[in-house]
Structure formats: structure tokens, C-alpha cells
Design a protein around this ligand. Structure first.
Ligand SMILES: *Cc1c(COP(=O)(O)O)cnc(C)c1O
Length: 381
């Protein structure tokens, strides 16, 4: 027998109530019950996105929602500034490139955050830039970018800001309307505690004007078609939606709403802080500076002479704990503990306990229990 623990930044564990919500009879998407469900989920998403903007639900993982933002807002040859602080910033650049946009890339060393003053300089220098893409929580490096300040800059330049908040939404604050973020892209399977398969996007009035002018081809991801169906007397989606996932998302968002945003962010911040404290107490290095560390995931460098892959393998095989490795140029160099979504204090304690035993088996010298102690100290502050 093996018990397993999914300690990854997506997919993440799904609460039992949410799993059971998915076991109900499938309803029909042209029936009144579906309209009720769609309106319910849309209102809840607006709450977690802190927005009054239109929110559309898309059948795809998060990357599909990223692609949808590109094809709906832009035309071939449009110049965009893509801020890249890791693998997912790179992904936005690739999608934009593949659709023939003129991509100006603002790249940062992996493990560091974007510098808003650089964004300001680029926009001052080049008024033809129509949109800026940035990652909220860069899951590959564990860095949180300063969306509030970047939004202040894009607004002062009347440029659209598109934020990939796929792992950040529901883990750290993102005030879509107050900060003035035009498009936010998010997905079901990270902090929102729902199985993978659906994503969503919020679209501001400024972004809708761009949608009207956009000339890139689109069909399945057409925002205008989706908005038309949503604004019907009996709102629906253009195509068959992932009905069961919507039922589950309604249930998970209700749990999140019952907690409140403040508690939600505070819990994530505490889990992240305890993870970092434990890792440091074990004498391991964090990939990024704690001042810019994300609430969603903690990337860690293995001890000298021990491969990251061995740590991940040991955790999985001996303890049933799933962690993830590095992506892109960090492949093989780090391992990451995910803590966005349905996680609590003891999930971190058991992960650190398994990590200690794994490291000991791999020959690393340290005092057993020192990581757990550091985490417990954070939890009992
Ligand atoms: C997970 C993730 C994605 C990609 O999402 P998929 O659901 O795998 O398509 C994109 N951006 C960020 C920041 C992510 O964490």
C-alpha cells in the first residue's frame, strides 16, 4: 500500500467535497440549470479576480487561455513587450511569436523579479508597444512580480496589461480593477483546488476595444462569440463546456469565499514562509530572494553533490510525496515544493519530514528534525 501526497504547484490536491461535486449527474449545457451554474461560477470568479470586468470560461488548461488572449487582442505585426522572468514568461513570448507579433522581450535572470522601471523605460522609448505581458507568480522560479507597479506604468502609457496569474490567483493578492489590469488569465488546477481542464480570462473595456480591432484568426477561442452567448437572455457558452469541472469549480470557489481573501492570502504566505524557514534551517539554498518569493511554490537548490532528481525520486519512491523539478534551463538544478491551493500546516510538516529522511539517506549531513522545528516555529508564532 502506498499513500500519496501531491506537493506540486499544479495540478494540486482537490478537497473531497469538490471531488464529490464532480460525481453528480451531468446536466445539459442548453438547459436552464446550466445557465444558473454558469452565472454562479462567473460571479464567484469575479470575486476571486476582484473585478467587475467580463469573465469568460475556456475549455483548456491555462496555456489555452494565454493563447486566447494573444489571438483576441492583437493583429499580425503588433508590437508587444513580454516580460520574461522564467519558463512561463518565455511561453507568452513563444505564443506571441508563433502568431506573428513583433515581440520585444524584457528578460531577467531566472530567480529574480522584473524591475518596473525597466518597463517604464521601454514604454517611454517605444510608444508603438500595444500590450505588455507579464507573469504574476512565475511558477518555474518561485518569483512574484510586482503587478501593481507594472499596472501603474502600463496605465500611465495607455498600454494594455495582460497578466498570467495561473498559479498566483487565489494565492497572493491581485486587485484586477483597483490596479487596472486589462486581462488576467488563470486556470482551475492550481490555487483554485479543481482538477485540470478549464481556464478563465477577465477582459477590461480597454481590452474589448482591442478585441474589436484584432485581425488574428480565431474560432474556438473567439471572445466576441463567447461574450454574445454570455449576454443572452439565458446565458450559455458557444460550445459544450467542461460541465463537470464547472460544478467542481463552483464548489471549490465556495470554500475559498467562505474563508475570505485575506485569510486565503495569509494562509498561503504562512505556508511559503514555513517552507523557506525549514529549507534554510536544513542548510539548503533557496533559488530566489525571499523579498520576491511567491506564495505558491518554493524552489530549492539541492545540497552540493546531490542531484535534484535523486531527491525527487527518493521523496516519491520512499514516501509517496510528489515534488517537481526545474523547468527549461533550471531542469536538473532545483526541486520545487508546491503549496498553492488545498494545503495546510501539516502538509508542509510532512513534506519537510520526508525531505529530511530523503536527504539523510542520500548522505547529506545535518541535524534531523531541524527543518521541521523551523517550520513549526513559523506556525506557532
Ligand atoms: C501552470 C502554469 C501555466 C500553464 O498552465 P497549463 O495549465 O499547464 O497550460 C502557465 N503559467 C503559469 C504561471 C503556470 O503556473
Amino acid at each position: 500500500m502506498k499513500k500519496s501526497y501531491l506537493m506540486t504547484p499544479g495540478p494540486t490536491p482537490v478537497p473531497t467535497d469538490v471531488l464529490l461535486a464532480g460525481a453528480k449527474d451531468v446536466i445539459h449545457h442548453r438547459a436552464p440549470a446550466f445557465t444558473k451554474l454558469l452565472l454562479d461560477v462567473t460571479e464567484k470568479l469575479k470575486w476571486v479576480l476582484q473585478t467587475k470586468n467580463t469573465v469568460l470560461i475556456i475549455n483548456s488548461s491555462g496555456t489555452g487561455a494565454m493563447e486566447s488572449a494573444v489571438v483576441n487582442l492583437f493583429s499580425p505585426g503588433d508590437r508587444v513587450l513580454v516580460i520574461s522572468t522564467g519558463n512561463f514568461g518565455e511561453r507568452f513570448a513563444k505564443i506571441s511569436n508563433n502568431y506573428g507579433l513583433d515581440v520585444v522581450k524584457l528578460e531577467y535572470e531566472w530567480g529574480t523579479a522584473a524591475v518596473p522601471a525597466d518597463v517604464e523605460r521601454e514604454l517611454d522609448k517605444d510608444p508603438s508597444i500595444k500590450g505588455v505581458m507579464v507573469t504574476h507568480s512565475e511558477t518555474s522560479t518561485g518569483v512574484n512580480n510586482d503587478i501593481k507597479e507594472i499596472a501603474r506604468i502600463t496605465n500611465s502609457h495607455n498600454t494594455a496589461l495582460i497578466v498570467d496569474a495561473i498559479s498566483g490567483l487565489g494565492a497572493s493578492d491581485l486587485k484586477t480593477d483597483e490596479w487596472g489590469v486589462d486581462v488576467v488569465v488563470a486556470g482551475s488546477q492550481k490555487a483554485l483546488m479543481t482538477p485540470p481542464g478549464i481556464s478563465f480570462v477577465s477582459i477590461s473595456d480597454r481590452a474589448w476595444k482591442m478585441v474589436e480591432e484584432s485581425k488574428l484568426p480565431k474560432f474556438y477561442f473567439d471572445y466576441k462569440a463567447a461574450r454574445k452567448m454570455l449576454e443572452n437572455d439565458s446565458p450559455q457558452t458557444p460550445f459544450t463546456p467542461a460541465i463537470t469541472l464547472l460544478v467542481q469549480l463552483s464548489s471549490s470557489l465556495q470554500m475559498i469565499m467562505d474563508d475570505g481573501l485575506e485569510n486565503l492570502f495569509a494562509r498561503h504566505a504562512m505556508l511559503a514562509k514555513a517552507s523557506r524557514a525549514a529549507v534554510k534551517a536544513l542548510g539548503l539554498k533557496l533559488l530566489c530572494d525571499e523579498k520576491v518569493a511567491s506564495n505558491s511554490v518554493t524552489p530549492i537548490l539541492p545540497p552540493e553533490g546531490i542531484e535534484a532528481g535523486k531527491v525527487i525520486k527518493g521523496m516519491r519512491e520512499d514516501f509517496g510525496v510528489t515534488l517537481v523539478g526545474g523547468q527549461g534551463k533550471l531542469e536538473g538544478k532545483i526541486f520545487r515544493i508546491g503549496h498553492c491551493g488545498y494545503f495546510e500546516k501539516l502538509d508542509i510538516i510532512l513534506t519537510i519530514a520526508a525531505l529530511e529522511m530523503t536527504l539523510k539517506k542520500l548522505g547529506y549531513k545535518f541535524e534531523l528534525g531541524s527543518g521541521i522545528k523551523a517550520a513549526e516555529e513559523v506556525f506557532t508564532l
